[in-house]
Structures are given as C-alpha cells and as structure tokens.
Design a protein around this ligand. Sequence first.
Ligand code: ATP
Ligand code: MG
Length: 334
Amino acid sequence: MTKQRILSGMRATSPKLHIGNYEGALRNWVNLQDDYKVYSMVADWHALTTLEGDPQDIRRNSLEVAKDFVAGGIDPAKSAVFIQSDVKEHAEMQLLFSMVVGVGKLERNPTYKDMVKGLSKSTLVSMGLLGYPVLQASDILLYKPYGVPVGKDQAPHLELSREIGRAFNSRYGEVFPDFKDMIDKDESRSKLPGLDADDEGKLRKMSKSYGNCIYLNETADETAKRIKSAFTTPSKMRLTDPGIPEGCAVCQYLKLYSPDWEKQWAEDVAGERGCSQSKKELTEAINEFLRPMRERRAELDDAAILEILARGADEAREVASATMDEVRKAMKLA
Ligand code: ATP
Ligand code: MG
C-alpha cells in the first residue's frame, strides 16, 4: 500500500537549524517517516521574504539546512529531502492561488503584522512577504498531505492554507483534501524559548532570525558558550534567591534534556542552587543529546547532500506536477 504523505519545511534564513526547529518540527518528521512518506522541504523562496541587509548565500544556507535534516535523523532512503526552488510547481501554484485569496485576509494575518513590526524601517515590505501564506498553502496543498508537523507559531498559517484550499475547491471543484495540524500539544517543545528575553523580560521564541539559539551543529564548546549567555530568572541574583523555572530559559531546556529536571527545578525554586550550576548541568545534557547529530553531520559533504537533494526534488516533482495537471484541468487552463 502506498503511504500517506506528510509535508513540512524550514526556511533557509540561516545555515544552521536550532533545537527549537528540532523539537517543534524535525523530531516529529523523523518519528513519522516509518509510517508516512515524509517530504522535508528547505524553503529558500520563503527566506527571501524577510531577509534584511546584504544578500545572503541562500543556496549555501539551503545545503546546510538539508544536512541538518539528515543529521537530525531524516533517512533519505525513506523520505524526500528537497529545496523548494528546485520544484517550480510551487511558484505556479502560488500564482494561481493568489487569484482566490483576498488581500484583506492577508493583511489581517497576525504573523504578517508582527513581521512588519519586527522589520527595520528601511526594509521593504514586499508583496512576497504579504503573500507568504499563499506560497505556504502551495507548498502544502500540492502534496495533498495527511498532515503537516510544525511548531506552534505556524498554526495561523496552516489555517490560512486550509482556507485557501477551500476557496479553490468551492470555485473549481474538489481538488484539495483537508489536512491535519500536527503540532505537539506540549508547548515546551512546540514553542521552545530562545536564550534571550523580550523588552518586558519575558521569554520569546527561539528563532533563526533572532539569533537567540542553541544550534544543532556547533562544537560542544560553542554550545557551552551560548548556554552561559542564557536568560535566567531576573530576580535571582544570588544562589539563595528563589528561581521561577517557568520564566527561565535554562530551566525550560533542563525539562527537555535532563532526566533530573524535577529535582533541579525544585532546588531552583527553593533557592538551593545557583544558575551557573544549572547551566553547567544543562550544557552536559545538551552536548550528550547533540553528539550523535554532530557525528552524522561530520560525515555529510556537499556531494552527498546534492545527490540526496536531486533525488528528493525528483520525488517531490512527481507528486507536485500530478497535482498541477489536476489544477490546470479544474481551472480550464488545459
Ligand atoms: P526564522 O526566524 O527565519 O523564521 P525560525 O527559527 O522561526 O526561523 P522557520 O524556518 O520559520 O524557523 O520554521 C521551521 C519550523 O520550525 C516550523 O515548523 C516552525 O514552527 C518550527 N519552529 C521554529 N521555531 C521554533 C521554536 N522556537 N519552537 C518550536 N518550533 C519552532
Ligand atoms: Mg519562522
């Protein structure tokens, strides 16, 4: 029996993925790949929507992100790993979907508003940024997936993708089946906090573009240095001051990576341990967790990943082009 499909992606906004990308998305892709055909996409076109400053080497970012997929446990013998721009059907679908979605709906999208707020004044607010969810709907719906495993921040986009699919169906006939959100209920995984805090002293999401990350592919020493800089309970100045683990990045990570986290949290709350001890123990736990990924990553050179990506693009194109044939027929373009 052919397997049902799963589609998900990561933007090529940086050459490095972080533990939030892993916990919120990649971990689930890896767990699903025995039972489903997983299409793991490096979204290079999406990276163009918010990049500021000098043009980046997006192709380089894409290759490195794809290596992180494989190092993180994606098995290219089971799953298709591909780069978005290698499958041109995504662009054609985006153009056609853009005819069934109202500008007002896109302008009201909360993620769009937040992104515009986050951009520096001199940065262009492009039509590409406004249309981001339309491209994302294309990425998803072309594969008619059973489900889309992503982090919590993507929930509004998935809903928009669903609405775009429905709008198309009601105009041109049933082409796109509904799909499931596959978002981990445990927010400590689906919305992993970053190493820093926002202006109000609250934790904010770990993001490639904020640079507040623990990366999957750095040395043990680099990882230790990042953890040293992590935000902890601001009112805990001395070891004996009580900590508030819910608002402390280090305690949040301990919960995921340390088997002793309950004891560590209790000591933190009771003022029986200092933040530097927690950071030291966390560093050991995370470095242990990342070790096998670092080892797999070291074996992957450009030639190996290019071969995987070429095969993955062929597999993706096969599905995407069949859907495009259906779409063109439904729209009476063919
Ligand atoms: P950028 O800042 O460029 O948007 P990002 O870190 O938000 O980068 P994306 O490429 O936008 O990463 O997202 C890739 C996947 O990782 C998505 O499924 C997203 O929901 C998930 N993800 C991103 N950040 C986190 C996080 N902090 N916790 C859990 N999941 C996350
Ligand atoms: Mg993002």
